[in-house]
Design a protein around this ligand. Sequence first.
Ligand SMILES: Cc1cc2nc3c(=O)[nH]c(=O)nc-3n(C[C@H](O)[C@H](O)[C@H](O)COP(=O)(O)OP(=O)(O)OC[C@H]3O[C@@H](n4cnc5c(N)ncnc54)[C@H](O)[C@@H]3O)c2cc1C
Length: 424
Amino acid sequence: MTAHSPTVVDAENFPHLAIIGGGIGGVALAVACLHRGIPFTLYERDRGFAARSQGYGLTLQQASKAIEGLGVFSLDDGVISTLHLVHTTDGQVIGDWGIRKWLQGDAKSSPKRTNVHIARQSLRQALLEQLGGDERVQWGHQLVDFQEIDAGGVDLSFQVDGTIQHAKADLLVGADGIRSSVRSLLIGEDASPLRYLGCIVILGICPLENLGRLEHDLLDSATVFQTANGNERIYMMPFTADSVMWQLSFPMPEEDAKALSAEGAQALRDEACKRCQWHDPIPQILATTEAAQVSGYPVYDRALLTADLLEKGKQVTLIGDAAHPMSPFKGQGANQALLDALALARGITKACGPKSPWREAGLRASVLTGFEAEMLKRSATKVKDSADAAEFLHSDIVLHEGDEPRGRCLKRKPQAADDMDRPG
Ligand SMILES: Cc1cc2nc3c(=O)[nH]c(=O)nc-3n(C[C@H](O)[C@H](O)[C@H](O)COP(=O)(O)OP(=O)(O)OC[C@H]3O[C@@H](n4cnc5c(N)ncnc54)[C@H](O)[C@@H]3O)c2cc1C
């Protein structure tokens, strides 16, 4: 579904945004600007939407509500899970929760909402449709430098087809992911370098038809399950209605993890098969996942950003992984990027309407400091919890019996509503 009556662009009152990065956060910010009449240009270094493969699936938790704020009321390719199971390697269930259990009257409390699983590219596509299509993106534009102008605004330099091209904007937003160039140019790499979290993830996508006649309750397209032994841990979720995504992780020294990742898809799948001769249908799924659908990376995050580092930019800010990269183990990165995008667009609308003194006061004082304070506070616990999960999911703590997300036993206090049924 697309916005029916796009708002007229108000270039007189609002700053013009240069959004760097057409991933989840960047496209979401562009949509939020479009809906509010905020002028923007969206730059992406990839040459087109399909430059990368489907990659992996995302679980929308808090952001399943936030995407309605971006005009997306139904995700045609989204799959809802109703049960989450945790097993030991022989298939014994040591934890189960979710709406299906609640409906059966077994659970003490009802989940506040369901989780939606969707391929990263399908979510990106749904957001691009809101924008009116692909042509709203400046593809093949890699930001390589920027300079803030004292009188206001930012000069941008892009590498485009081997040449350098220049552009201007009032506000530069880095939505360019964990290896963000905007962040690096703004605060340098040394201030918060990539931090290795001690483990590798190997991912695969397997169509159910690859499994032939194999039938299994865990393959009902509505169940999420994980199986662990205190070292390796595999997480499986519906990817589409007729395929599953698996994510295997285990501790490994950084150099070994880089080497295994560089060996490529076949080696990664072989490693997964070798390590997970566990209960059905895990071995069958790993063995029948085509190598082309397998990828693997060492897992990184960065130390939390502080407000004073971001204040170096008078007309520059960051959202999503560029601001707060985190491990994938709590499934929060894209959720936070979507929340950031909405918060920034709302902040601009509030502070920069007609008669607003933002040009005299500056965007930092008018919008950015307030926006960043909320973003940094909201995302900090997610970064920390995601880093903690990289440790306890590969320890005996994961084998704790309990009908709750893994690691909750470490935090015996009332949980936030966004913590019901997540990948961890
Ligand atoms: C295996 C895995 C599973 C995950 N599961 C979940 C999950 O279940 N739920 C969840 O919420 N999150 C999950 N995440 C995290 C989530 O994918 C990221 O947090 C999210 O995609 C971040 O969005 P972003 O827009 O900040 O960055 P990205 O989506 O990484 O987009 C950055 C974009 O910037 C572009 N770019 C980079 N540099 C430049 C440049 N110099 N100039 C122009 N363009 C540039 C890149 O090409 C890219 O398109 C998972 C991540 C992984 C790896």
